[in-house]
Design a protein around this ligand. Sequence first.
Ligand code: PMP
Ligand code: GLN
Length: 377
Amino acid sequence: MNPVFADLPVTVFETMSRLAREHGAVNLGQGFPDDPGPDDVREVAAKALRDGYNQYPPMMGLASLRSAIAAHYGRHQGLDLDPETEVMVTSGATEALAGAIFALIQPGDEVVLFEPMYDAYLPLVRRAGGIPRFVTLKPPHFRLEDEALAAAFSDRTRLIILNNPLNPSATVFGETDLSLLAEYCQRFDALALCDEVWEHVMFDGSRHVPLMALPGMRERTIKVGSAGKIFSLTGWKVGFVMAAPGLMRVLARAHQFLTFTTPPNLQEAAAYGLGKDEAYFIGMRAGLARSRDRLAKGLSALGFTVLPSAATYFLSIDIGEDDDVAFCERLVRENGVAAIPVSAFYETGRVRNLVRFCFAKTDATLDAALDRLSRRA
Ligand code: PMP
Ligand code: GLN
């Protein structure tokens, strides 16, 4: 129950992107946008590089970024965060997740995971000696059920790891789901690691509710965000962690020995970008919603059953009885389109009929993929 990393398979994102390169495929697998990201944010990063932001910044992050994070979440989500004691900058959300898992779990602690789950969670939990307890969410609604929570929580539950909005299902947990979860966390005295990297990528007017804002959760939630998703700059790897001071002190101990710091020019640019006005966020969501609709319409016209997408860069199709891994391999080799088999996000649930596509692409890219799919044998 403490597997060595050498036994792990290569992540599905790397595997599919490599296959896409090998087969000259249109890559709708790994989630990265065609959009180059906002010019002004990239310009601030370039200028900071020229202006000498090139040495180790403070371990907790640049003061400018920590203040910008606190102000941003105050404005957008009504959170009251102290930038000095409750905010830390990490190298992507991935580092924040790894640090929190390593810092908070002792061998033998139980960790509640909700599948489909982002692929980094389980290997990290196991490596930390945690015992995973799965709550399986089923398509098409991926809702939390009281019964499943009751079966997963116990007196040994130390942590839950929730992703909201949820990648890959593109669903959103609202107030009702979160209240139920908050009740369980309090009843079993569990901490909540809430991966909210998709918090700004939500469509059709829905609003993100941070788990941390629910009654009783302020002191027990570790909230994680990512500049990569906020600015369509996924390679930047600037993440944020927010937690009450006592928890933050522990998280910082892990961070100091994982990466210690994050490139300062990118931090400076993220600080600038987080101050962008509402029009930026509205525009980003509108552009992505248009792309979502274009791909959904095209796939439906080809006869695929398309699941709704309320958030993220992704939508899924239901391929019926097929095997999603075999389907994706055929798609990339024979049709030149890369996608992600959703079974990669499940450990125990036998969900093998969904295939995820990334729609954060130009119209030309989406149309090229649809054209290739239309020529399926
Ligand atoms: N969590 C989830 C749910 C994600 O989808 C991603 C990447 N798309 C990450 C974490 C990683 O974020 P980062 O690139 O900031 O490390
Ligand atoms: N989060 C991105 C996705 O879901 C990929 C991140 C990665 O490549 N690890 O596609």
